[in-house]
Design a protein around this ligand. Structure first.
Ligand code: FCA
Length: 337
């Protein structure tokens, strides 16, 4: 057989193999009893916040029937883009994502489009190349400014309850302004402290390098050493881990629990702290609704794929409850958490 004939035969074999596997996979995906696969990618799977979203994503899948959630940790850009390749290869039709970096938005959308996968965002909004929010991608998130304002109000109330004088007190605000939801929460908090009468010049901002306890601890330490004159600290931060880092820093520098009030955001990430046998400077945490984020994002993505129902571009979930050492068990139980 000459070389041309052999190559020709080889190509025929290759084409038939492709055709057969193609037909098989089409059959597999269109058969009515195979579940619809949906990805759920989160940036920080170690946070109970995201574990709760996953749990309720599964619950939605169960209630809808015929849906399987593929949960994937996506702590950086490379893992995120690889995960999308893998989802497509496994026959998924779309995914929900809390991105590790909002600037990945355009790359995530481009990759998802190349596979015809639908994308639904939770918590952290994508940014386009110009740094503007990608408002055309469906998003479900907490009402960031409002929850921040509530944090400021609750801090102020607790300060008054303890009878602290303003002259002895300062605010340590650990910031993460690159993340829009974080910026809105801490700005809301500071705004409401000022509105309540706290002096602007005694609100000290310190940016964290990473959104975890060690990052926040460093940010707090460097600010605390600059203000040895302060007797009582109020701690502002965008979530529980940020505030916990701040509280740990005050402990490291010898402050007693009664001279520190930190109020976190997320709630589910504060359970260990609130369960401690003795009170710490971490007074409480505002808990929005990670359950609804997980459940509703999956439900909307499913209807979009299955029934062509376009989800709203923006869903803000408000109404946070303040968890403290006194009420957290019953409040969590009310939500089935
Ligand atoms: C951001 C934070 C999380 C959580 C979420 C709703 O992604 O990093 O801890 O607060 O918003």
């Amino acid at each position: 057989m000459n070389i041309y004939k052999r190559n020709f035969l080889k190509s025929i074999v290759a084409i038939s193999v492709l055709a057969i596997t193609g037909i098989h996979s089409n059959l597999a995906y269109s058969s009515s009893d195979s579940p619809m696969k949906l990805g759920f990618l989160v940036k920080q799977p170690e946070e109970p916040w995201f574990q709760t979203e996953w749990r309720f994503a599964d619950k939605a899948a169960q209630d809808l029937g015929g849906v399987e959630i593929i949960k994937i940790a996506a702590p950086d850009g490379e893992k995120t883009l690889n995960a999308i390749d893998n989802l497509a290869a496994s026959g998924a039709k779309g995914f929900v994502i809390c991105t590790p970096d909002p600037k990945l938005g355009p790359a995530i959308i481009a990759k998802a489009r190349s596979y015809d996968l639908k994308v639904f965002t939770v918590d952290d909004q994508f940014l386009n190349a110009a740094g503007e929010p990608m408002t055309n991608v469906p998003l479900i998130m907490m009402a960031a400014t409002e929850i921040g304002q509530r944090q400021g109000t609750e801090l102020y109330k607790e300060m008054q309850k303890r009878g602290w004088e303003i002259k002895d007190t300062a605010v340590l605000a650990i910031t993460a302004d690159e993340l829009d939801t974080a910026r809105r929460r801490t700005e809301g908090s500071i705004e409401s402290l000022i509105q309540n009468g706290f002096p602007t010049e005694k609100i000290y901002k310190s940016p964290t390098k990473s959104n975890d306890i060690p990052g926040a601890l460093d940010a707090a330490n460097s600010m605390l050493v600059q203000h040895p004159e302060v007797k009582n600290w109020l701690i502002v931060g965008m979530n529980d881990n940020t505030v916990l880092g701040g509280v740990r820093a005050t402990e490291g520098q010898g402050f007693k629990a009664e001279n520190v009030v930190g109020i976190g955001i997320n709630g589910v990430d504060a359970i260990n702290e609130l369960s401690k046998s003795k009170p710490t400077g971490f007074y409480g945490s505002l808990m929005p609704s990670p359950d609804l984020h997980g459940y509703q994002s999956v439900e909307m993505l499913y209807r979009w794929i299955k029934e062509g129902v376009e989800p709203p571009k923006y869903t803000a979930i408000g109404e946070a409850v303040l968890l403290t050492r006194d009420n957290f068990r019953e409040e969590l139980a009310k939500k089935g958490l």
